[in-house]
Design a protein around this ligand. Structure first.
Ligand code: ZN
Ligand code: FE
Ligand code: FE
Ligand code: ZN
Length: 275
């Protein structure tokens, strides 16, 4: 057990059924968060694509469902008035989508926007089990390079409050050889330059990777660079809220982090002290 109580922690990365692969409505997540005694809960469902690009894939909310999303978060706020509930979105960063991302940013009173890279090439979402065979046909080094180049552009865009799951291509257990800091350094530099924070995402613990995203080496570099950090579950079901937070906190502390950040209306605020 960590000595940092859940009552000071926040979980800003949770999903809803509107993305077609998560269960539980915001009120169900809020009940779980209140039960754990978390300080704050945030929603960050997978962002809509512009109508012209639909149908894009089968794992995000439709633009037409955005009002339902906002309503469902409002319902959770009304049902759990003592829990601070933040409104966010997990936006796919794809080069060339910057104007669309700016449009999304104006569509609601977001507390935070997560920039996540899933697509490393058109039609190839690197974390989708449907494409796992590509790890056999393409060098892992190249797959990681595609991902981290996109992640660097995501960080450099300055469009987001924090980036999601920074070393996602390890999800199925594929890691290149050698010192992986060659992938991390440009991303961390871009995050520092744009004042963008990042998350420890505990979902990796529940995947073949068997550890949080990102790894300790990334976290140590990020600490040296003075980056802001959050710890999130990426829950796709209410039972996953706050999952693995003990391990997330221990990892953050091991890397030298002493505090977290949180967001309100896209302003960064001091978060929990890690002790
Ligand atoms: Zn998802
Ligand atoms: Fe994601
Ligand atoms: Fe997510
Ligand atoms: Zn995610």
């Amino acid at each position: 057990m960590t000595s940092t109580p859940l009552s000071v922690l926040t979980d800003y990365h949770t999903h809803t059924p509107l993305c077609h692969h998560a269960e539980g409505w915001p009120s169900d997540y809020a009940r779980a968060a209140a039960g754990l005694g978390l300080a704050e809960l945030g929603f960050a469902d997978h962002s809509p694509m512009p109508a012209a690009l639909e149908p894009f894939d089968n794992w995000r909310m439709a633009l037409a469902d955005l009002p339902r999303y906002l309503e469902a978060v409002e319902e959770a706020r009304a049902a759990f008035p003592r829990l601070t509930i933040r409104l966010g979105l997990e936006i796919d960063y794809i080069a060339g989508h910057e104007r669309w991302i700016e449009e999304l940013a104006g569509m609601a009173g977001w507390d935070f926007l997560i920039g996540s890279v899933h697509y490393i090439a058109p039609g190839w979402d690197v974390d989708n089990p449907a494409h796992i065979s590509r790890f056999q046909t393409q060098p892992v080094e190249e797959i990681w390079r595609l991902y981290f180049d996109a992640c660097e552009r995501c960080a450099a865009s300055g469009l987001f409050d924090f980036i999601g799951h920074p070393d996602l291509p390890k999800k199925f257990g594929h890691r290149p050889g050698g010192d992986l800091r060659r992938f991390y350094e440009p991303v961390i530099e871009a995050l520092a330059k744009t004042g963008t924070a990042f998350e420890i995402n505990t979902a990796g613990l529940r995947k073949p990777a068997g550890e949080c995203y990102p790894d300790l080496a990334f976290l140590k570099l990020a600490r040296e660079a003075g980056l802001g950090l959050l710890i999130n579950s990426d829950a796709h079901a209410p039972g996953e809220v706050g999952a693995g937070f003990d391990q997330g906190v221990a990892l953050a502390r091991e890397a030298g982090f002493t505090e977290l950040v949180r967001f309100e209306r896209r302003r960064r605020l001091p978060g929990a002290k890690l002790d």
